[in-house]
Write a protein of this length. Structure first.
Length: 285
């Protein structure tokens, strides 16, 4: 690596604190980790991240390409993880990259102006290298940010699915599964998996499936319900349906859906009563 690159690297490292302060001074009240009104703990973390960022970019001018790329991409992945954990919108981080790209370019221009030996070819080469380096960082950051947010979203969706089909124990062997909301193929699959797991875990022998909160029952939904009940039967759990409202039953008949082979009740209260589950009123004084 030629001496000019070494001199540029040293110039940037010597200007590191000044560049960071210039960046911090550009902040507004954006309500994120980039806001000027943040805790000292968060600000110190930002300063340390920025120090490493400047160091990695500066060293990319003097290190071999493979080593420099590794350090830069490692930094981008770590910062993406931090921004996801602090719920920082990706557009705000990309905006900060834009600001710091300009700060870097200005530094290189100053270095060029202060050194008569610098030729136009050097400036063009450094500019091209800087743009390529920033593009690499932004691409890696965006890739990691998307990966982490997708993983988090999937986990949240799984949690929602689990919470949307909880089995409520009535006795040691009997439970109630209230289903609320629309049922599509994906949700039906989740309900099936969750119901089988919960029933086996709780050692149930009987399960009341209440459909009072299901607004529409079409052929697809009916098929999914039958599949759930058939699967439960295979593991020794008897299923009882309740909560099929008159308008839903009428629609089911028109669609040719037959519930006659399935124990059904108009309401969960009636289903429990018909199966000898009685709720007694507490004695009052």
């Amino acid at each position: 690596m030629n001496q000019k690159n070494r001199d540029l690297h040293q110039y940037i490292m010597d200007s590191s604190s000044e560049m960071t302060n210039e960046w911090l001074a550009s902040r507004g009240d954006c309500g994120s980790v980039y806001s000027k009104n943040i805790s000292s703990h968060i600000e110190n973390r930002l300063i340390e991240q920025n120090r490493l960022f400047i160091q990695n970019v500066a060293e990319s001018f003097i290190e071999n390409k493979e080593e420099a790329t590794h350090n830069i991409l490692e930094w981008a992945a770590a910062v993406a993880d931090d921004r996801v954990n602090t719920y920082t919108p990706i557009n705000e981080t990309l905006h900060q990259f834009k600001i710091f790209r300009l700060i870097f370019l200005e530094r290189i221009e100053r270095f060029t102006e202060e050194n008569d030996q610098i030729e136009i070819a050097d400036l063009l080469s450094w500019n091209r290298h800087l743009q390529e380096t920033f593009d690499q960082i932004i691409e890696k950051f965006s890739e990691q940010y998307f990966k982490l947010t997708s993983t988090r979203l999937s986990a949240q969706q799984q949690m929602i699915h689990d919470l949307s089909s909880p089995i409520i124990p009535v006795t040691e062997e009997v439970g109630i599964l209230p289903i609320i909301g629309d049922i599509d193929t994906e949700r039906a699959k989740k309900i099936l998996e969750s119901t089988l797991d919960q029933s086996a875990e709780k050692n149930l022998s009987q399960l009341f499936i209440d459909l009072s909160g299901v607004p529409i029952i079409d052929t697809m939904v009916a098929h999914q319900i039958f599949q759930i009940m058939s699967s439960l039967k295979l593991i020794g759990v008897q299923s009882i349906l309740s909560g099929i409202r008159p308008e839903v039953a009428q629609t089911a008949v028109q669609l040719g859906i037959d519930f006659k082979e399935v124990p059904t009740h108009s309401s969960l209260k009636q289903a429990l009563k018909d199966h000898n589950f009685l709720v007694k009123k507490a004695n009052t004084l």
